[in-house]
Design a binder for this molecule. Sequence first.
Ligand code: 4AD
Ligand code: MG
Length: 458
Amino acid sequence: MKRTKIKHLLQAETAASSVLVQGWIRTIRASKEFSFIELNDGSCLENLQIIITHTDQFQETLSELTTGSSISVEGIVTESIGQGQKWELKAEKIILLGEADASIFPLQKKRHSDEFLRTIAHLRPRTNKYGALFRIRSTLAQAVHNFFAEKEFFYVHTPILTGSDCEGAGEMFTVATQKTVATQKKDGTSKDFFGKPASLTVSGQLSAEMFALSLGDVYTFGPTFRAENSNTPRHAAEFWMIEPEMAFAGLDDIMQLGQELISFCIRTVQEKNADDLNLFAQFVDKNLTEDLHTLLTKEYARISYTDAVDILIKSNKKFEFPVAWGNDLQTEHERFFTDEYFKSPVIIYDYPKSLKPFYMRANADGKTVAAMDILVPRIGELIGGSAREERYEMLLANMKDLKLSEEEYWWYIDSRRFGTAPHAGFGMGFERLIMLVTGITNIRDVIAFPRTPGNLDF
Ligand code: 4AD
Ligand code: MG
């Protein structure tokens, strides 16, 4: 018999005759004549209730069925008399697939803290909350692809191993083989596997630009790595980034694209994961439903960096980090705009050139670059992007200022020598998007096996 997913069984219109389900026991309790199992197979939040009549046939198996064990059940779908769900399953045959010793199984039927569940990250997807979270994560990933497919963007796979630092922030992880430890020698005697130092990518942007300047509109969506030693709830050493890049486009185009992408993702989850999302609205963040509504309906505020600094100074608020033109905006400043001043997402654009990487397009004022960040309530920066410096001379000047090697970046510079064109793009942190949609406040709780300073378990 073919296995039926509990999700489909619960949505059925009419009672099916006989079905096979397989899953993990969430709870089991017994009355005099019957035992009741709540079975979950991961396909949805809801459990399927299984009724076992206490006959000789089941006696032996019943004694082995405990919370956490996996079973295979054949039975008849019948209308449920009790409240709650429409269908339940009258068991006719039960096979224990995998036992779970109740005396040591760590997931008992109480609510566990997020901190504890992080220590058993391999089992936490078996809880309601993390089951729901990882179903939503999956929906969001697919929504990203659907969004770009509908807009006719091409999906390019950019390398994870790289020889160039996109952001120039010195946060790259070095990659070396065990036999030949990477050397930084520039005299040609380097024993590095690739013949030169290699790193894990911090962004697929530079490669994506080459494809935008060939195919028009493209995006990448992959893992990125940063050795930032910032142990914050919003930074991970390994995270996923979505990076669209558009040719013949400027800052306005990517601001618009960013807002549309966020809305599309939220709407898709509301449609496809209503039950899962409701769990977060009920137990994780009471304002979630309202917040998501605001995100979908309110136009994002837009202000220049210079105006933002003015507003911060005039606010007379005490900030931990000093506010002055030329200083980077910190999380506390970003949150001031999203959570207090505008109470909506805000796009800040035209940042000081000195704060931004070499590839950003210089504005006519000579002091700022055409950069933009999309900040959202609770999180702060969700998206960072810019128009790219497509002018050959200007790009070279930037690289010289920052002491970047023209030889290393020869291929990137080439794109400005042969048929260069205006183009722009951004990066959206995928985990931060999940935090926005679910109300979860720690990045460690939206990725399967988080990698942060000091943590490489699982
Ligand atoms: O602003 P960032 O550094 O931009 C870039 O890397 C550009 N090259 C992207 C582009 O234009 N194609 O990073 C983009 C986004 C941030 O806004 C943030 O959401 C996320 O990536 N991000 C992180 N997320 C989790 N952990 C970290 N350590 C992150 N660093 C950045
Ligand atoms: Mg940024």
